[in-house]
Design a protein around this ligand. Sequence first.
Ligand SMILES: *Cc1c(COP(=O)(O)O)cnc(C)c1O
Length: 431
Amino acid sequence: MHKNIVSKQLYQEALGYFPGGVNSPVRAFKSVNGTPLFIKKGTGCRITDEDDQTYIDFCCSWGPLILGHNHANVRTEIIAAVEKGTSFGTPTAYGNKLASLILKNNRFIEKIRFVNSGTEAVMSAIRLARGATGKSKVVKFEGCYHGHVDHLLVKAGSGLVTFGVSSSAGVPENFAKETLVVPLNDAAALKQVFEDYKDDIAAVIVEPIPANNGLLLQDKTFLQLLRAKCTEFESMLIFDEVISGFRVGFEGAAGYYDIQPDIITYGKIIGGGMPVGAYGASKEIMGFVAPDGPVYQAGTLSANPVAMAAGAAQLKECLKPNFYEDLEQKTKDFVGIVNGHAEQKGYAFHLFSVASIFWIAFTEAEHIRSAEQIEAGKMDYFKQLHQYLLENGVYIGPSGYEVGFVSSAHSTADLEEAAAVMCQGLDNIFG
Ligand SMILES: *Cc1c(COP(=O)(O)O)cnc(C)c1O
């Protein structure tokens, strides 16, 4: 039985400093009724907490660490950059290097602007879409998360197409009203929203691989319909690729589905574990961004040299031959072991996956494509499994709505070990 004595002490102390003891809400373990572990180090696929307990990690900092923890080349490049100073507020060669790595290997954007988080990337992309189209409404999908941008912190009301209802205090209803919320994978609702608001829609924003509310894989035809409708009504299609970018392939979901969005946002992997976000588009669309154009967007620490060095070191590894193929195969094998076991035993359980992303779902459904298909009542099973995994050395994000990530540092042996623990956990729950 794990004790977590030091983690509990640190959490008590943190409760005095931070709201809920944390600096980002999901870290507080609320949805699994636990107390957070304080992690002190990570190497490869393993993390160690303050009580010196080690775990195979599938959270991977919520996605950024596609090479696992403390990758030697990333660490070396970060240290080399730090030795020259940490920030200048001027252009640096580091920014060019990361931009050229990305732009030379991505057919879907021609210019890029670096910011400091995924939220900032999305906020800026929305402003750009509005500035470039002169329109104001934004369409978003129930079950997609786009960071904590005011007018995207909205949920659906009742009905097929609804004005957003703010899902956070502090977001004026008038902001929320600029957002139209429709269900995922629902062609009729999408057609309806364009019929109702034809000339007012600046942008449709979507996670092309929705991975923040379970893994809600979309039919490709639905994503193609988004493209067609945005073209027809001269609205901008924004792919929020903060998770999927550099994860399902170097060209992200745009490449995976071969769909050209108008603007793409990035975050997470792009910074190699440092705080980086970015948005990119064609030269023409990026021409609206200041100082070339009228859409203002700036950042004191944007394209910070240390962060740029980390991002470039990580992406260089991702560009090596078969990087994504190997990662996907390993993930498939891992998922296959657990699903095979669940199937053989007749458990109502499934690991959904794409590339190196997986999601734990207690369901009999073969596909889950929209938020309302998720069985909230089954989250109690997730709590039990989460607890079992932690006590047996496997760390996953503390919420059944979050996905897991496999990194290139997870070896076949590590994955087989984790799969065995997961199978035992299921036996424990259902047995
Ligand atoms: C994580 C995430 C964001 C927000 O990024 P932060 O760096 O946490 O601000 C936005 N969109 C998507 C799809 C994300 O997964």
